[in-house]
Every structure is written in structure tokens, then in C-alpha cells.
Write a protein that binds this ligand. Structure first.
Ligand SMILES: *Cc1c(COP(=O)(O)O)cnc(C)c1O
Length: 469
């Protein structure tokens, strides 16, 4: 009862058509709106219909995809997409996804080349961050998961291995991050069984970097009340404005206080690839663990998060379990010296590594670095234009590749301007709040973005702003 075709020739032709059309799609992104709202007919299309019982030609299924899915995708491939923190993907990444799908590899463990590919990417990350050979790393869905893994390792380190069986007991563990840190860190505390209140949010300075004196004070105050500080999460590239905490200073606090030093580098860690950004990440090499996302600045297709841990033994101690069914043999397929399942919560795992391996090899680290630096240059261009326009007020300058500003009108008008931009398909910034004011937030992560996209955005902001004010 095989699901392979009787006639590979027909399938081959259908496959080639899909591939050609996807190349055309990628080659002409700028001719399309950034985003289209799904009309009721399209929305309704996915809400009706029973479980498909009879088979259908793959061509027909593809036609349905081309008509109902493709035109209404999230927009993050488009050069004028500037919302949230999202990468644009690449043709190399797309092809690697196809190859990974063809291999259908399960990277939980065992002895096969896909695991070796993942470990080669881990070795590259050790080089990039100047981590020791004993450091370990695996792919995960994203930084939300990578931060959780770091919290679990740090929890084990603080409570001892027996706690994996007995739980945290009465110990009141406390973690620290700036108030500008990503919300997934509080969720990680929740998922780790510590409760999200275990995360103490520390005030930040005028550039949204963690206030080191306040951090030290809070740790001392917690110790006085009998709580047990166990980790500090520094952010390299905050979501709102792209601020980088003083990593050296946070590292020094962690060393002095004997706390786990984790860095949320979802956004900024890959700045290490860019000559002009790497110096600003000084201190990252001293972290106990780094979380990062290849699907942001790294431009790999979703999803591709990564966790790198300085002490591989501690990493393994937090996740490995003896299960007879997962017994390691010295020969044959059940061999293999590195089983990723020992380093994270997943057993079955896909071949995320391949798209990153392809991306880094196809474009090369140097070009990736220049692409990253270019997004920052474009942000500075946008900042300069905003400063020059009397209708606009700059709210957060381009620290990395994010600029926040507002049209000089009400908060509600600014929210409407952003919705107008989305619905017109001209550009897609997102909204945030800076210093109590609604801000139009432009995060430039897309390798396709050019000055003309920024010019088009500003022209539209002025036009919609005038109409709304
Ligand atoms: C995007 C982001 C996250 C969340 O990462 P996911 O990959 O979406 O899970 C966490 N922290 C920062 C700073 C981010 O930019």
C-alpha cells in the first residue's frame, strides 16, 4: 500500500512546476503587496469541508495552495516587511528544506550523517562565540525554547541533579532580566515550575540596557529574604529597540554572585558575523549559555532556534535519561556518540540544521555579516529621514536595526497609520509603546530591504498621517 506514485514522471513534472513557480514568486516579491487580508471567501475556504477521503491529484492540491494560501502569507519575505523581528528566508534555505523533507531524517539520535551536520553547525557556533570544545549545542524551534532549556540547566545546577526527580521543593529560585527582556523568559520560569514571579524584572537605562546597580541591589535584597538567586539573562538585542545589555558587566555580576549567565541573543547574537557589530557584543564569549535564532538575522526559513551551552556535561545532565528503548550500542545504527535527545526535551526532531548549513555555506559568513551590517545601515538611513521630517518624532534611535518613531498625532492615529500601511500593502511596520507613547516600530531584518522601500514607507506614513490627523 505504498504512497509513492505509480508514475514518477507525472510527479516529477508537477514538482518542477512548483519549484519554477516558487522561484518566480521569490524573484518578483516587490511587485506584490507586503500583505493582503484574506477575503471572506478565502477565510471561509479553510473553515468548511470534511476530512478529505478520496485521493486528489497533487497538481490540484497545489493549485488550491497557489490560489488560497500563497497570496495571503505573512509577508515577512517582502522587502518592505518591517514588523516584529522576522527574517526573510532565502532560496538556498528553501531548497534545503526540500532536501531535508526528502531525507525525512529523525535527529533524536543514532548514527547518521544528519546528526553530524547538526554537530558541524554547533562547532561553527563554538568558533563564532569563542566557546570551548566542551560546549554543546542543538537546534530547537526558537529562542523561546532555547531560553527554557537554559533555565532548566541553570535550575539543575542550582538545586543539584536530585532535583530532577524530587522537584524544586521549598527553595525559592530567582532569576533576573531587564524589564526590556522578551516575555518568553517569564514563560520559561513558569514552564520550569518556578512560576513567572521567579523572574525579577530590573529597570533599564535611557537606552533600554539593564541597570547593573539595580541588578546587584535586587540580588542582595533577595538573598536577605532567603530566596536563592540562580541565573541572570542578559539580552543581546531587545525586541523593542535592539538594545544590547552590557554583557561584560552582567558577566562580572554572575561570576561574583555565582549565578548562571545566560544571554538571550535571539536577535543580536548573530551580529558576531558583522565586523562592526561584534565588538558591541564583547562579553558574550563568557556566557554559560546563549540562545539565538537563525530565522531572524540568519535568514534561515522558520523555524531555526539554537541553544549553545559552555559546559556540555551540565547540558547533558539536565536532560539525559536512561531508557532501555533508547540504549546506545557501540556498532550499527544505534551507535553514535552524540544523541541530541540528551540535550533537550525532544526525542523525534527534524533536520533543521540542514537549512542553516546550506545558508552558511552558500552565502558564506562574511557575506552574511555584511548583510546584517547593511540592515543596521538602513535603520540609520531611516532614523536620519525621520529626524528631518517635522511631522515625525523619533522615539528610539537605530541602536541596531530597529527604529521607533511616531507621527505627531494621537496614539490612536498612529495605530491607524500602521493598519493603513498593512492594508495598503505598501509596508509593514509593527506597533509598540515607547515612553508611554504609541510608536511605529520598523525592524529591518530582511536582506531584501533597500532605501527605496524605506522611502516608500515614509511617503505613505506622511500621506496616511495627514489623512488621519
Ligand atoms: C524573537 C525573540 C525571542 C523569541 O524567539 P522565538 O524564536 O520567537 O521563540 C526571544 N527574545 C528575543 C530578544 C527575541 O527577539
Amino acid at each position: 500500500m505504498t504512497l509513492d506514485p505509480e508514475n514518477w514522471g507525472d510527479l516529477r513534472a508537477a514538482g518542477h512546476r512548483m519549484l519554477d513557480e516558487m522561484f518566480d514568486y521569490l524573484a518578483h516579491l516587490r511587485d506584490q503587496p507586503v500583505w493582503r487580508e484574506m477575503p471572506p471567501e478565502v477565510r471561509g475556504h479553510f473553515k468548511t469541508g470534511a476530512l478529505p477521503q478520496a485521493p486528489q491529484a497533487i497538481d490540484e492540491v497545489y493549485q488550491e495552495f497557489a490560489q488560497y494560501v500563497l497570496p495571503y502569507a505573512g509577508g515577512n519575505l517582502h522587502p518592505a516587511f518591517m514588523g516584529w523581528v522576522q527574517g526573510g528566508g532565502t532560496p538556498a534555505g528553501m531548497l534545503a528544506e526540500m532536501l531535508a523533507g526528502a531525507l525525512n531524517a529523525n535527529l533524536g539520535g543514532r548514527d547518521h550523517a544528519p546528526v553530524a551536520v547538526e554537530q558541524q553547525v554547533a562547532a561553527w557556533m563554538r568558533q563564532l562565540f569563542r566557546f570551548p570544545d566542551a560546549a554543546t549545542g542543538i537546534f530547537v524551534t526558537g529562542t523561546s525554547q532555547a531560553n527554557l532549556i537554559a533555565a532548566l540547566i541553570a535550575r539543575g545546577e542550582a538545586l543539584g541533579l536530585a532535583s530532577r526527580k524530587s522537584g524544586a521543593g521549598a527553595v525559592k529560585l530567582r532569576a533576573y532580566a531587564s524589564a526590556a527582556a522578551h516575555s518568553c523568559i517569564a514563560r520559561a520560569m513558569d514552564f520550569a515550575g518556578l512560576g513567572s514571579d521567579a523572574l525579577r524584572l530590573i529597570p533599564f537605562d535611557g537606552r533600554q540596557r539593564i541597570d547593573i546597580a539595580a541588578l546587584e541591589k535586587t540580588i542582595a535584597a533577595d538573598r536577605k529574604t532567603g530566596a536563592a538567586p540562580f541565573m541572570v539573562v542578559a539580552t543581546a538585542g531587545t525586541v523593542d529597540v535592539g538594545a544590547i545589555d552590557d554583557l561584560k558587566a552582567v558577566g562580572a555580576v554572575c561570576r561574583a554572585e555565582k549565578l548562571w549567565f545566560h544571554i538571550d541573543g535571539a536577535y543580536g547574537a548573530l551580529g558576531m558575523l558583522a565586523e562592526e557589530i561584534a565588538p558591541r557584543l564583547a562579553g558574550i564569549e563568557a556566557a554559560d549559555s546563549i540562545a539565538l535564532d537563525f530565522h531572524k538575522w540568519g535568514q534561515a526559513p522558520y523555524d531555526a532556534g539554537f541553544i549553545l551551552v559552555r559546559d556540555g556535561e551540565k547540558h547533558k545532565a539536565a536532560f539525559a535519561t536512561p531508557a532501555a528503548y533508547l540504549r546506545r550500542e557501540t556498532r550499527g545504527m544505534a551507535g553514535g556518540d552524540f544523541w541530541p535527545t540528551d540535550y533537550g526535551p525532544d526525542l523525534s526532531r527534524g533536520f533543521r540544521a540542514l537549512k542553516v548549513w546550506f545558508t552558511l555555506k552558500t552565502y558564506g559568513a562574511e557575506r552574511m555579516g555584511r548583510m546584517i551590517a547593511r540592515t543596521c545601515e538602513l535603520a540609520r538611513y531611516l532614523e536620519k529621514q525621520v529626524r528631518a521630517l517635522p511631522e515625525l518624532e523619533l522615539l528610539a534611535p537605530a541602536d541596531l536595526s530597529i527604529v521607533c518613531f511616531r507621527y505627531r498625532a494621537s496614539d490612536a492615529a498612529n495605530a491607524e497609520i500602521v493598519a493603513d500601511l498593512h492594508c495598503s500593502g505598501i509596508a509593514a511596520p509593527s506597533l509598540t509603546t515607547i515612553g508611554g507613547k504609541r510608536a511605529i516600530r520598523c525592524a529591518i531584518f530582511n536582506h531584501r530591504t533597500e532605501e527605496r522601500d524605506i522611502d516608500a514607507l515614509l511617503e505613505a506614513v506622511l500621506r496616511f498621517g495627514k489623512a488621519r490627523a
